[in-house]
Ligand binder design. Structure first.
Ligand code: MCA
Ligand code: AMP
Length: 498
């Protein structure tokens, strides 16, 4: 099943309807989408790419960037989206590991990518800027605007999404066409998207939330996207009257609540607000209800599985929970090898057509994350209520989620430990009013080392994506350890909160 062909069924009967209205003023119909994706598909096919070949893109959000993704799906090439905050070291690893045949980057990054693409053996490099212009568009100018979609199997590779790991080494989650079609269809039905909907889309399109959840159900419903290049609370608020639904990370809701103009009348055309990617605080959930009269629908997912559970559309949307397993998805909460009933915390394990095909070229890592009977271990700690609502109550994996972006402490600790004058470090998440959690580094200095917070921050900033940079650095004499010698991060977190 070609995922793009599957999504097309939702809009084929309304090709002249508007698909996307951009904040730049550009408008695209579904017919425009068909032509644009055909052009990408025909162009890349003409370059000699074979099914499953990777097309990597580190690009700013633009309608043309979205068409690049959907064109790859349509042609059967594997799209590899890269967060625009990633720096040289991170990018070098992804290109070496994924071996893309084609790389698309922002013009300002061209020199860096020329080097990286060359050493990764990627033969083709193009640019695409925030206005949808660049050498990619120039090169595609002569390509056909019609394309015969190949037939693909549900196990064919559609996208690789890199997720960092607890060891500091990123893993590429292999997402298949079958994963995308099953999840897209489930969400369209569960959240009741129809052709009358318009989704305000202000999420980045290099992660699952903005690229899959915010796009596929809309295509399947033949609905419209009100497309914002980035999240800016006043602009989003001003545009809500043109929309019927919005999806966001909790930080979106926190920032919108800080807008004096947020009121019942500002959201009176809306039928649905969805939150996910990080825990939505009960305070935010309640404040939103009080200010707008709307109850945010919280759902739970991950790169390896798309969306897993959701609060109901019609039934009670319960704050502090992520609702019920989506149709077709099985969820169990496990401790000591046993599936638990209500009231006891355990690791969330899942099975279903949404679950990815494994980590790219890491068969052992893949085996480790699946149980012998085929359940994927999410690394999240969950708990059932008596009436089967799932709550995410913690994480078994050492992970910080800041503003919806995942930060694996190990990766930052490795960077900090390499700074001259550092003995060791521990990175933890502490509560943050805007980002939910923020990255904090606790560092042990060598005696006499003239190292201060600014120097640590500057060093980390020069190495890795800016959202991973500690917001705070605290120096201590020793890290607290348990009897096994393991750093007690819970003690550090408690000390920092105090
Ligand atoms: C920006 N900064 C951040 C973050 N974002 N710091 C910590 N955490 C963040 N999330 C810092 C930058 O490093 C920069 O610092 C300064 O803030 C301004 O950057 P800017 O890009 O202008 O920030 P912003 O536009 O205000 O961004 C905040 C944001 C953004 C809108 C909340 O982070 C965002 O769009 N988050 C959504 C992430 C997302 O889509 N997650 C889905 C993952 P400096 O100036 O010092 O450099 S998919 C997923 O998790 C699963 C599947 C799921 O369930 O959805
Ligand atoms: P990612 O690796 O970026 O796909 O992030 C997936 C992780 O985000 C999950 O494993 C959870 O830890 C977290 N997550 C997503 N949605 C929620 C939610 N509604 N509540 C709590 N955690 C969430």
């Amino acid at each position: 099943m070609n995922a793009y062909g599957f999504f097309r069924r939702g809009f084929a009967a309304r090709l002249e309807a508007t698909f996307l209205e951009a904040d730049s003023g550009e408008r695209f119909s579904f017919a425009d989408l068909e032509r644009a994706t055909a052009r990408v598909a025909a162009f890349l096919t003409g370059l000699g790419l074979a099914r499953g070949d990777r097309v990597a893109a580190q690009i700013d959000k633009s309608p043309q960037g979205l068409f690049l993704y959907l064109g790859c799906l349509r042609a059967g090439f594997c799209f590899l989206p890269l967060n625009t905050a990633y720096q040289r070291g991170e990018l070098g690893y992804f290109l070496q590991d994924a071996e893309p045949r084609v790389v698309v980057c922002r013009p300002a990054m061209l020199a860096t990518f020329e080097e990286l693409a060359h050493s990764a053996g990627a033969p083709r490099l193009y640019t695409l800027d925030e206005h949808g212009q660049g050498s990619l568009v120039d090169a595609m100018a002569g390509a056909a605007t019609a394309f015969d979609d190949p037939t693909l199997g549900e196990n064919d590779l559609a996208v690789i999404i890199y997720t960092s790991g607890t060891t500091g080494r990123s893993k590429g989650a292999m997402v298949t066409h079958g994963n995308l079609t099953s999840n897209g269809a489930a969400l369209k039905d569960y959240w009741r998207f129809t052709a009358s909907d318009a989704l305000l889309h202000a999420l980045p399109i290099f992660h699952v939330h903005g690229l899959f959840v915010g796009i596929h159900p809309i295509l399947l419903a033949g609905a419209r996207i009100v497309f914002h290049r980035r999240f800016d609370a006043p602009s989003v608020l001003a545009d809500l009257p043109r929309a019927t639904a919005m999806m966001g990370v909790p930080t979106f809701y926190v920032r919108l609540l800080a807008e004096p103009g947020l009121s019942r009348s500002a959201v009176k055309h809306m039928r649905l607000f969805v939150s996910g990617s990080a825990p939505l605080l009960l305070d935010t959930f309640a404040a939103w209800q009080a200010r707008t009269g709307h109850t945010i629908l919280e759902r739970y997912g991950m790169s390896e599985a798309g969306m897993i559970t959701s609060n109901p559309y019609d039934g009670e949307r319960r704050g502090g929970t992520v609702g019920f397993p989506l149709p077709g998805v099985s969820v169990r909460v496990v401790a000591d090898g046993k599936a638990l009933g209500p009231g006891a915390p355990g690791v969330v394990e899942i099975k279903g057509p949404n679950v990815f095909a494994g980590y790219w070229r890491m068969p052992e890592k893949t085996r480790e994350e699946f149980t012998a009977d085929g359940w994927f271990r999410t690394g999240d700690v969950g708990q059932w209520s008596e009436d089967r609502y799932l709550s995410i109550v913690g994480r078994a994996k050492d992970l910080i989620i800041s503003g919806g972006y995942n930060v694996y402490p190990k990766e930052i600790e490795l960077v900090i430990d390499a700074i001259p004058g550092v003995v060791e470090s521990a990175v933890v998440g502490v509560p943050h009013p805007d980002f939910g959690e923020s990255v904090t580094a606790v560092v042990v200095r060598q005696q006499g080392a003239a190292l201060d917070e600014a120097a640590v921050v500057a060093h980390v900033k020069s190495q890795i994506a800016n959202f991973k940079v500690p917001k705070r650095v605290v120096f201590v004499d020793d890290l607290p350890r348990n009897a096994m010698g393991k750093v007690q991060k819970n003690v550090l977190r408690d000390n920092l909160k105090a």
